[in-house]
Design a protein around this ligand. Structure first.
Ligand code: MRU
Length: 352
């Protein structure tokens, strides 16, 4: 079969001292990259969702620290570390829910702190770490894709929510990575994509990715999920995750919980695909902040009000799916199944 367009596509990368990020707000109408020259450009891109998706924002933030390091004019190690700390604070306050953001920022800062050397050596180490995070993400997604594809049968119709694709990661995707890998193995898969109000990541991004790759996709509105399940039009559900807790609670795009409950009611397997960088083994559910976004995202579609401009709205960006609804979690280290407390603990104790 022909190579898939998104097999080797990079959403975020570093070139000649600048960070390039696909502008996801312009998709599907235009596929363009924004150029970030300062960490503040990266922070803005994360806040306004030019870049979105848990692994993608983690990698972008790591590159943001690399920009902060290389733009620093400080002549001392202490001064450079102070500049990095300032960038770290701003980047970590961009979005509160996806754990990959905090994981990537800590990892780069720890690397910087570990260097016992010159300013130039610290700068290089920061960039090396950011590049390693980006490269590892693509590798993890390709591996979890191969592992997860074993759960997908030839002829399956797979429902996915939001966009957990190449665009949401540095490359290849998590939920869409599993679908891509199954297609690359020669399985015939059809996808049902939910539009994912209010930001329409399903309609704008998942549809775009799958159509570019030639993978058959049908778009539905979020409130059609029960209908398609009750009509036996779906065999499996695969979604991504913004954060997975050690007991198997899955925090993902608003609407995921509803789909999981419906899947269980209809006896349809509900899979979560995520790299181990999306696991948070220290927080409890009460510690997790569910991002509340601008109410106008609900009042409008694009630039148009679809309701009265002063109606009160709720706009939580994520919800929590309890472990009893999750059939399995697919990671690059293997598949974990209930009981999650035990299987997740085992997955991480196997860490090399
Ligand atoms: O608000 P977003 O678009 O950043 O939310 C993204 C999601 O919820 C994705 O499903 C999740 O990050 C997994 S991406 C591999």
């Amino acid at each position: 079969m022909n190579k898939l367009y998104f097999s080797d596509f990079r959403t975020v990368f570093w070139k000649d001292g600048k960070v390039y990020i696909v502008d996801q707000n312009k998709l599907p109408l235009k596929l363009e990259f924004v150029t970030c020259t300062t960490y503040k450009d990266v922070a803005k891109a994360i806040r306004d969702m030019t870049v979105r998706g848990a692994p993608a924002i983690g990698a972008a933030a790591a590159y943001g620290l690399a920009l902060a390091a290389f733009r620093s004019t400080s002549k001392s190690v202490e001064g450079l570390m102070k500049d990095l700390k300032k960038a770290y604070e701003e980047l970590r306050n961009t979005r509160p829910t996806a754990i990959n953001l905090f994981w990537a920022l800590e990892r780069v800062m720890n690397r910087a702190r570990s260097v016992r050397g010159s300013i130039e050596e610290i700068k290089k180490a920061v960039l090396d770490e950011a590049k390693a995070i980006a490269d590892e993400d693509v590798r993890a997604n390709k591996t979890l894709g191969m592992i997860g594809a074993k759960l997908i049968d030839d002829g399956d119709v797979v429902l996915t929510h939001c966009n957990a694709g190449a665009l949401a990661t540095v490359g290849y995707g998590t939920a869409l990575g599993v679908i891509r890998a199954a297609v690359e193995m020669g399985k015939r898969i059809r996808v049902i994509a939910t539009e994912t109000r209010p930001k329409l990541q399903g309609a704008r991004l998942t549809v775009f990715e799958l159509m570019k790759d030639g993978i058959p996709v049908t778009l539905i509105t979020d409130n059609m999920v029960g209908y398609v399940m009750s009509k036996n039009m779906v065999n499996k559900v695969i979604v991504g995750a913004d954060r997975i807790l050690k007991d198997g609670h899955v925090i993902n795009k608003i609407g995921t919980y509803t789909i999981a409950v419906l899947a269980k009611t209809h006896g349809i397997p509900f899979y979560v695909a995520a790299p181990t960088s999306s696991f948070d083994l220290t927080s409890s559910l009460e510690d997790v902040i569910i991002e509340e976004r601008d109410p106008d995202e609900v009042r409008k579609i694009g630039n148009f009000y679809i309701t009265l401009p002063d109606v009160p709205v709720l706009n939580p960006a994520f919800d929590v799916t309890p472990p009893e609804y999750v059939s399995a979690i697919i990671t690059e280290r293997g598949i974990v199944k209930p009981p999650y407390k035990e299987s997740i603990a085992k997955l991480f104790s196997l860490q090399g």
